[in-house]
Ligand binder design. Structure first.
Ligand code: SAH
Length: 242
């Protein structure tokens, strides 16, 4: 997988690319992630990449020429060109799973007041990381890259992402590590019982319970087995009783 990021702050990505799992994935050649300086593509003699908006109004907008040239230079027939924007479709784990199958992505980071609206003719999609406005697309580009790269085979243990929260709709079950007794708070007994069957059963019930309690809004869109539907109803009834 290859990710090219177009930005006016490529150095912003240095710590991200040089740390932990992302760093390892790059070193192992599983992914290549590069941040490109948009100004390098500007034909303006001062390397300008922004201008005032037609019709007036606050702030500066990023101009088309450097972006168009950067995209044309980096794209090939398999590239997916994504604009990070608060107006885009909301990024989800489901979307991350889909994008992890792409071979090449070009992520465009806006800045200032945003980008000339004609950018829509030069991109494949527009993605938002949430309903709030940031100063630039750099953090959103890192969020996308991070969520996607960890799903690329070989980057982390596949068993580990398979059970992750949201991966199959549900939240994950609670997890505990040593010590068994922390300030009187004990680890659930079943986890130290050594009974694998019972542990699996407990985990299945707990991921349902976690979802019902913490993110009931997710329940509607999860494909449930009959047993899960019954269990969810039972959990809901028990919560009401408490
Ligand atoms: N004036 C624009 C917002 C500009 S914010 C508007 O109202 O739509 C500047 C840049 O930050 C955007 O071009 C985009 O690349 C990035 N950005 C801000 N919030 C974002 C979000 N929620 N998701 C993804 N990118 C975002």
């Amino acid at each position: 997988m290859k990710i090219d990021i177009i930005t006016i702050f490529p150095e912003f990505f240095d710590p991200f690319l040089e740390t932990s799992i992302i760093k390892r994935a790059i070193e192992q050649d599983i992914v290549s992630i590069k941040a490109h300086q948009l100004r390098d593509y500007s034909k303006n003699k001062h390397k300008k990449v922004d201008d005032t908006p037609y019709g007036g109004g606050a702030g500066m907008l990023m101009t088309m020429q450097p972006l168009d040239d950067a995209i044309s230079n980096l794209r090939d027939k398999n590239s997916k060109v994504i604009l990070l924007s608060p107006q885009g479709k909301r990024f989800t784990q489901k979307k991350a799973i889909k994008l992890a199958k792409e071979s090449h992505m070009i992520l465009i980071c806006g800045h200032y007041e945003g980008i000339d609206a004609r950018i829509e003719h030069f991109i494949d999609e527009e993605i938002s990381i949430g309903d709030y406005v940031l100063t630039g697309g750099e953090i959103p580009a890192m969020i996308l890259s991070d969520a996607i790269v960890r799903l690329v085979p070989g980057v982390i243990h596949e068993d580990s992402s398979e059970e992750d929260s949201l991966q199959n709709g549900w939240l994950k079950y609670p997890q505990y590590t040593k010590p068994n007794d922390y300030k009187g708070y004990l680890v659930p007994e079943v986890l130290t019982s050594g009974n694998h069957q019972e542990i699996l059963k407990w985990r299945e019930e707990m991921r349902l319970k976690n979802t019902v309690i913490k993110r009931p809004d997710l329940l509607k869109s999860i494909k449930k087995t009959d047993a899960q539907t019954i269990k969810v109803e039972e959990i809901k009834r028990n919560i009401k009783k408490v």
